[in-house]
Design a protein around this ligand. Structure first.
Ligand code: ADP
Length: 303
């Protein structure tokens, strides 16, 4: 098979400590990370595009050049006059990382503000991926626009994949977060939650409870990630467990779930064998947690 994989969301400028008071600049964001790993794992006959909104400043130009360099298409991305990308900084204190964000006025918050452009982008794609973070950064109206386009794509038979990626601090309250994330899942044909987040924020007592909750929302296929403790798949009611890979030394778990999703989807699109895709994705994610940073180069992934 071939086609276009479209990931929708926010990429930010990342500033990390480079020693001696210096900061290193990078680009990252959950849906961009997934596009990166999908690109690394899919054959060239597939195109991988990112859909977001950026500004018209130099940093936005650099961000788009970075995507292009990685083989991620930018042709669908909105440009918004007078805006700039969001930014976050990673601070290190006694080996513990903490994050500061400047993203409230980021261009990406307007990615769904023009329904026609969003519809064209989604119609041009064969596979659509978005997350709870994508929904969290949008206004109510714009989240509704994105959800209705995702539902339309699902109804037309496209694979619509959703990672709830629950981040309470991005939401104004728990009720809104629960309701909108549930709507995101309802609009998807495949959901890829992380059990730790689901247990903490939805109160799921077991992986089975997570699966039942998403199935009740009309999701056909579910992949529950559970860190080192393996992956539980429920595809159309058939359940399989896949063990995680053994990792000698976990260096940095940033983007473990995002890389798993990109690798899983890439494998699954080429060969619709969900357990095989999960085994492949577990290998890729194991390499990612063994390296520093969200975006590990293709050469280090063993793909
Ligand atoms: P998230 O990053 O979204 O919280 P998880 O922590 O569940 O998601 O990790 C996603 C995937 O990354 C897991 O399904 C597993 O394949 C892999 N992974 C994460 N942590 C480890 C680990 N310590 N050892 C081996 N694999 C891991």
């Amino acid at each position: 098979m071939s086609g276009r994989f479209l990931s929708i969301g926010e990429c930010m400028v990342e500033l990390s400590q480079a020693g001696a008071g210096l900061l290193r600049k990078g680009f990252a964001g959950d849906t961009l990370n997934t596009a990166w790993y999908a690109r690394a794992c899919l054959p060239a006959k597939w195109s991988v595009d990112y859909f977001t909104a950026v500004g018209d400043d130099a940093m936005s130009d650099e961000m788009l050049a970075f995507f292009e360099e990685a083989g991620i298409g930018t042709g669908l991305i909105r440009r918004i006059k007078g805006k700039a990308p969001g930014l976050y900084m990673i601070s290190l204190k006694n080996g513990e990382r903490s994050f500061s964000y400047w993203r409230e006025s980021a261009a990406a918050r307007q990615l769904a503000a023009d329904p026609d452009i969003l519809r064209q982008a989604i119609e041009s794609a064969d596979v659509i991926y978005f997350s709870g973070i994508t929904l969290a950064i949008l206004s109510h109206n714009d989240a509704d626009t994105l959800l209705s386009e995702a539902r339309r794509a699902k109804a037309s038979g496209k694979l619509v994949a959703f990672d709830p990626n629950i981040r309470p601090r991005l939401w104004s309250g728990y009720d809104e977060m629960h309701a909108t994330i549930s709507e995101g899942a309802r609009a998807a044909s495949l959901v890829l939650p992380s059990f730790e987040d689901e247990a903490l924020h939805f109160g799921d007592a077991s992986i089975d409870a997570t699966i039942q909750r998403y199935r009740a929302l009309g999701v056909r296929d579910i992949v529950v990630k559970n860190g080192a403790d393996g992956i539980t798949l429920n595809f159309g009611g058939t359940e399989t467990f896949v063990a995680s890979e053994k990792v000698e030394t976990v260096v940095d778990t940033t983007s473990a779930g995002d890389s798993f999703n990109g690798a899983f989807l890439a494998h699954y699109l080429e060969r619709p064998d969900a357990p095989a895709a999960a085994r492949f994705a577990a290998k890729v994610a194991a390499r990612v947690v063994s390296e520093h940073g969200a975006l590990v180069a293709k050469g280090k992934l063993g793909v």
